[in-house]
Design a protein around this ligand. Structure first.
Ligand SMILES: [Zn+2]
Length: 79
């Protein structure tokens, strides 16, 4: 029983820390273009095209922040 409570406390603490980190830093570097906002051609590095995954910003919303925004949107629509 103690192990279950301790595990629940650890998981809650991790969720709280992750939630706070999503509030402080809602964006992270795009994993497709590594935050460069453009793709470089492997054969000719001088050629590049905008990254469509991050819409050429180099940043993407973190999963926790995206879930929070979705929940807020659903709540707002329900009122
Ligand atoms: Zn990108």
């Amino acid at each position: 029983m103690r192990g279950t409570i301790a595990t629940a406390c650890i998981l809650l603490t991790l969720a709280l820390v992750y939630g706070l980190s999503c509030v402080v830093r809602p964006f992270r570097d795009c994993w497709v273009c590594s935050g460069q906002a453009h793709h470089r051609s492997k054969s000719n590095p001088a050629l590049s095209r905008p990254c469509r995954w991050c819409r050429a910003t180099g940043k993407r919303l973190r999963l926790g922040r995206r879930a929070w925004n979705r929940a807020r949107s659903l709540h707002r629509d329900a009122l």
